[in-house]
Design a protein around this ligand. Structure first.
Ligand SMILES: Nc1ncnc2c1ncn2[C@@H]1O[C@H](COP(=O)(O)OP(=O)(O)OP(=O)(O)O)[C@@H](O)[C@H]1O
Ligand SMILES: [Mg+2]
Length: 302
């Protein structure tokens, strides 16, 4: 690819890495969760992180968003150690949708989404038409415009999740870290949110990093898939290269088959049915009397 190609118009990874973790160790109260972890997020990618509960995905995202300071190594954003930026400066470059958060009590959807504009405000630059436009666009993109006047406390889990996403979008950062953005969403809204992410990536050159639990959706949307286990990255690359039956067994301890998704050709993980052991009754199992089986027509009637 031509070096001169503007990133925004290309809509494809350029091979650059605005966001990288170099040998970071992250954890809580001296207890290390991610040890000596290195991850370069390809610019313009939709990077999806998968892994079992508790393996350290959210911890890594917090570290990459400057919310957790590494005890070793460093996270670099645009070539500079992220802890050398002020928090507002980071928030103008990178947005984070945390896995769970409590909204301030009594706040409306419009007010909450407007808070996404906070990093862009200064003493001299108060609320502007730009801010208004960013909020309107974020509400529209997440189909929450009609909820604007409602109290966030009174929304359903899925509506609330879309409102948090709107707040992150209103921030208008080209790098977005999304920790389980599809939690609480029904299947149609999950696909809608992931389609929206894909549009941001392809049309606006955004770089997205999302934690997802649905491996099949992860394989459909990821341009770069990262599998984690016990705080470490165990595989990364194109979904077709990463998601194999052996990897799923290693990461989740789940026996499965991996077949091509009939819609997209990407890996589709089909868990194997658990073989139930017949209870040992201490007697030989007698052949079943076929005359006691319901007839086919009866089965259909039931
Ligand atoms: N604030 C905290 N203080 C102490 N330990 C924590 C804290 N947050 C997470 N942990 C621990 O760190 C480990 C990794 O947690 P993390 O939230 O990163 O996992 P995860 O991969 O995001 O899991 P999940 O899929 O369930 O969201 C877990 O053992 C968890 O109990
Ligand atoms: Mg998590």
């Amino acid at each position: 690819m031509n070096e001169e190609t503007p990133r925004r118009s290309a809509g494809l990874p350029t091979g650059g890495q605005r966001l990288e973790a170099h040998g970071v160790s992250l954890g809580y109260d001296g207890h290390v969760i991610n040890r000596d972890l290195t991850l370069a997020v390809p610019d313009g990618s939709f990077t999806v992180i998968v892994g079992a509960n508790g393996c350290g995905k959210s911890t890594l995202l917090r570290g990459m968003a400057r919310l957790l300071k590494p005890s070793a190594g460093a996270v670099h954003l645009d070539g500079r150690e992220i802890h050398h930026y002020g928090s507002k400066e980071v928030a103008r470059r990178l947005g984070l949708l945390p896995q769970s958060q409590e909204p301030p009590g009594g706040i409306t959807v419009a007010d909450l989404v407007s808070r996404g504009r906070y990093p862009h405000q200064t003493l001299l630059r108060q609320w502007s038409a730009d801010d208004e436009a960013a909020v309107g666009e974020a509400l529209a993109a997440t189909h929450t415009t009609e909820l604007a006047g409602r109290l966030v406390d009174e929304l359903s889990g899925g509506q609330r999740q879309r409102v948090w996403l709107a707040m992150a979008l209103a921030q208008r950062t080209e790098i977005l870290l999304l920790d389980e953005p599809t939690t609480f969403l029904d299947i149609a809204h999950q696909v809608e949110v992931l389609d929206m992410c894909e549009e941001l990536r392809a049309d606006r050159g955004y770089t997205l990093v999302a934690v997802l639990h649905d491996l099949n959706l992860a394989c459909r949307y990821a341009t770069h898939l990262v599998a984690m286990k016990d705080g470490a990255v165990v595989a990364e690359g194109a979904p077709e290269q990463v998601v194999t039956a052996a990897l799923v067994e290693h990461v989740y301890g789940l026996a499965c088959r991996v077949i091509p998704d009939p819609e997209t050709g990407t890996p589709l993980v089909v868990p194997r049915k658990k073989q139930r052991q017949a209870p040992d009754l201490g007697v030989d199992v007698l052949p079943r009397d076929s005359s006691t089986e319901p007839s086919a027509s009866l089965k259909e009637e039931v």
